[in-house]
Design a protein around this ligand. Structure first.
Ligand code: BG6
Length: 541
């Protein structure tokens, strides 16, 4: 099996649209765009713009978007000329939108220390238009409102559209913006951009179709496909860890690394999202985007610069080099499972099939695990084990890199015990940090070696970080920095990797049965078997 094929037009689109950045305009100093976006680390001044949110009466706007904008404003990172226009079918005026957002922001988990005074200044930025996303009148109203706002706030004709609707409207809204000439810059020197939420497509065909629809209206450089994992400080730190230190890169390869494990475990179930989750499952919900992006950041080659097109090129290379799981490969290298009733932190929790809006005989996976291989010079022969699930024993996202064992066991540990290989763990969340396991002599007269841990915690090292993923990403998009957003080719390549798995799972291929696991466990036995057959084990401690 070879790597995934590269389409000729992928290269052309990439070159013509992304390579337009002149090479000599890149700063020579190493500045990680996302890392530099917090108030603590830089003094960025965002340009003025109208920030239009389609789907403004929805959950995402209330829970993430408006709280993130409020936080940015509180840190003085929004320019005076930034105004928000919410658009949705729910009847509201500016005043009721402001009231709803006031409540949402005040109670948001993303906001520490809500200040009424900051809110009073911030809420003046908020506006609302009622209308259907497929109705031309909505866009006429929006146009008129944008003109007025341009006048009142001096937004300089810049417009950022945020598609926070259900995915079925993404194509519709983009189409309407194109038809009504709202995707082109409104005046000389101004810009128009669009942020598109996940899920970007449901499979390879729908993602490619959506990309085509988007590209028929916007240039790739105007498009920001969001993945909130890429805004997390610790995810950006993978780049800093690898490329701001010289000691790791020489050992970052098949010569020294035995295998890599990527885990995204949650204790929560599907909550109130049964309707969506029934059509998604763990593979679409977590692998296609978050897990594959983590894998790409860990495995990518050093980019020419730490900057949008260059980082995105190298990440796409990784996805392109994944060995496709076809035929028997799916049954042999993947596991799917669903949670049954169980107990988490001493509380009894229900099975997935009795959650609201879930079919009692649902075959949707709430857990998935897979072994992937990257067919290139750096990673040939190094397995990447990925797993993610809901209602697991712990909430934890981490990347664990296990190095090769020492060639000779000098130290007698007693019995069959051998020195464990070194493991480097990048803890993405919670308790963000980096851990390295090492063999060390136990103090005392005898030469006894045991494993110890060097543990760096962000909280103690840098203090509490305040920038949430959405703050980082919204600011980056306003500033036009696409480094932490997904390019069209990465999205399609991710779907391409999953295509044979989705196909086998959708027809209930007998080689890939849906296993069960009790809520509160570390997943099904089949996942342990998947890794144990290679003589390895999941890191569950
Ligand atoms: C979202 C998924 O993208 O990521 C959710 O749709 C999941 O199902 C969430 O719970 C996990 O994000 P985080 O930041 O809590 O790890």
């Amino acid at each position: 099996m070879g790597p995934l094929p590269v389409k000729g037009n992928e290269i052309r689109r990439n070159r013509s649209q992304e390579r337009s950045t002149p090479l000599d305009s890149h700063p020579s100093a190493v500045t990680l765009p996302g890392l530099a976006s917090t108030a603590k680390t830089s003094h960025r001044t965002a340009p003025p713009c109208a920030f239009v949110i389609f789907g403004a009466s929805g959950d995402l706007t209330a829970r993430k978007l408006v709280p993130a904008l409020y936080n940015l404003d509180g840190q003085g990172l929004l320019p005076d000329g930034l105004a928000v226009v919410g658009v949705a079918i729910t009847e509201m005026d500016d005043e009721s939108f402001r009231q709803n957002m006031h409540h949402a922001t005040k109670t948001s988990a993303e906001v520490e220390n809500f200040q009424e005074e900051t809110w009073s200044a911030f809420e003046k930025r908020l506006h609302y238009i009622t209308g259907g996303f497929d109705q031309p009148k909505t866009y006429d109203d929006l146009k008129a409102r944008l003109l007025q706002i341009d006048n009142d706030f001096q937004t300089c004709g810049n417009t950022l559209y945020y598609l926070a609707t259900t995915p079925s409207f993404f194509g519709v809204i983009v189409g309407m913006l194109g038809e009504l000439a709202m995707a082109v810059p409104r005046q000389q020197g101004s810009w128009t951009r669009v942020i598109i939420e996940k899920p970007f497509g449901h499979d390879l065909q729908s993602a490619a179709k959506l990309n085509d629809e988007v590209h028929s209206v916007f240039l790739e450089e105007q498009v920001f496909r969001i993945d909130h994992y890429l805004g997390k400080e610790t995810v950006q730190n993978i780049l800093a860890f690898r490329f701001a230190n010289s000691i790791f890169e020489p050992i970052w390869s098949r010569e020294h690394i035995d295998h890599v494990q990527i885990t995204a475990a949650e204790t929560l179930g599907v909550e109130h999202r049964g309707n969506y989750y029934e059509t998604a499952g763990a593979l679409r919900d977590m692998f296609q985007n978050h897990l594959f992006q983590l894998m790409a950041l860990v495995a990518m080659e050093p980019p020419v610069h730490i900057d949008g097109p260059f980082v995105r090129d190298r990440k796409a290379d990784v996805l392109r080099s994944i060995v496709p799981l076809s035929g028997d490969g799916v049954g042999l290298n993947t596991v799917r499972a669903q949670y049954e009733a169980g107990e988490i932190s001493g509380e009894k929790v229900d099975a997935y099939t009795v959650e609201p809006d879930v079919h009692p005989y649902s075959q949707t996976e709430t857990f998935a695990a897979m072994e992937l291989s990257i067919d290139n010079w750096r990673w040939g022969g190094v397995p990447f084990y990925l797993r993610s699930g809901k209602r697991l024993a712990d909430k934890r996202t981490e990347i664990a890199i296990t190095f090769k064992s020492v060639p000779q066991q000098f130290f007698n540990l007693g019995g069959d015990e051998t020195i464990n290989p070194n493991v480097l763990v990048m803890r993405i969340q919670p308790n963000e940090g980096i851990l390295l396991t090492l063999g060390a002599k136990i103090p005392g007269p005898r030469m006894v070696v045991r494993q110890m841990q060097m543990d760096f915690s962000y909280r103690t090292g840098f203090g509490e970080s305040r920038a949430t993923a959405y703050e980082t990403l919204l600011l980056d998009a306003i500033e036009g920095d696409s480094t932490l957003f997904n390019r069209y080719d990465s999205v399609e390549l991710s779907w391409k990797i999953l295509a044979p798995v989705l196909e086998a799972w959708s027809v209930n291929d007998p080689s890939t049965p849906l296993a069960k696991y009790p809520a509160g466990s570390w997943g099904p036995t089949a996942a342990n078997v998947l890794i144990a057959r290679d003589g390895r084990a999941w890191r569950n401690e």
